[in-house]
Design a protein around this ligand. Sequence first.
Ligand SMILES: Nc1ncnc2c1ncn2[C@@H]1O[C@H](COP(=O)(O)OP(=O)(O)O)[C@@H](O)[C@H]1O
Ligand SMILES: CC(=O)N[C@@H](CCC(=O)OP(=O)(O)O)C(=O)O
Length: 294
Amino acid sequence: MTDSARDQVAMLAGALPFLKRYDDQIVVVKYGGHAMGEEETALRFGRDIALLEQVGVKPVVVHGGGPQINAMLKRLGVKSTFVQGLRVTDAEMLDVVEMVLAGPVNKQIAEAITRAGAIAVGISGKDGGLIRARRLTRTVRDPENGAEQALDLGFVGEPERVDTRVLELMIGADIVPVVAPVGVGEDGQTYNINADTAAGAIAGALKAERLLLLTDVPGVLGRDGALVPEMTVAEVRAGIAAGWISGGMIPKVETCIYAIERGVRGAVILDGRVPHAVLLELFTDAGAGTLIRP
Ligand SMILES: Nc1ncnc2c1ncn2[C@@H]1O[C@H](COP(=O)(O)OP(=O)(O)O)[C@@H](O)[C@H]1O
Ligand SMILES: CC(=O)N[C@@H](CCC(=O)OP(=O)(O)O)C(=O)O
């Protein structure tokens, strides 16, 4: 037997306890727009998800696509602004957001997983009544007089209720759901939902074993720029207040807290550009990224 064959067998044997732990368990993976990068990265992601499905894990993919929306807006000559990491979304913008997220981005991911040997089907949060949303309200404090001021983010939504039936039907039939973060209000209004928030709501509703948020940084970075391997909810809150957790990282850590409070057993922020990031996190002791715990 060659050394490389021996290594392969040793690796498989080492993964056995982890394979047992995650057998039949739901793992929600949020695939961020920044982690999609090159085509090879997306294909590799597809292979990892297909592998999870083949070893008995039940993966559910929720994806973003912020950079892909930006690219389309640039082609259309439309400017976009972000407040607290959220895209201010007027009616025209909403059309583009839905077109990009529920269109090419959703289909490319489902195709990459399917090409790797699993059956993945792309849906949006509007399909099967999956994500019932309401308009998100946010306030800012006026630094001059301390008064609270309401922010108008347009058609940005937050999940109000997640109806998991369509996901359960898919999971039960060994189909990997790939979800675009778009929701619908009671009155039929479409809402743009931050993909981290959508993933957290879905993970919470499914009581997933793990929520993995894949991005383009190694995890939560401390003031010194070094990776923080583990954080408690209280430490996260202190980091936001002190300002070293900011921008797009805020919805991520908030999502982790939300999911944990709803019974998800662990939430991890990790670098989706690292080859096999998902497998490293689930099937090795070393793990990857930042684990947020209660
Ligand atoms: N403490 C921190 N650690 C890591 N990243 C941070 C931190 N504070 C702010 N960020 C920013 O958050 C970004 C990740 O959020 P975002 O760009 O929205 O990712 P995605 O598209 O994957 O959702 C990082 O690229 C970084 O610029
Ligand atoms: C309200 C809001 O900001 N929605 C996001 C939805 C996509 C997303 O979250 O994509 P990433 O995960 O790649 O950042 C947006 O319009 O960009």
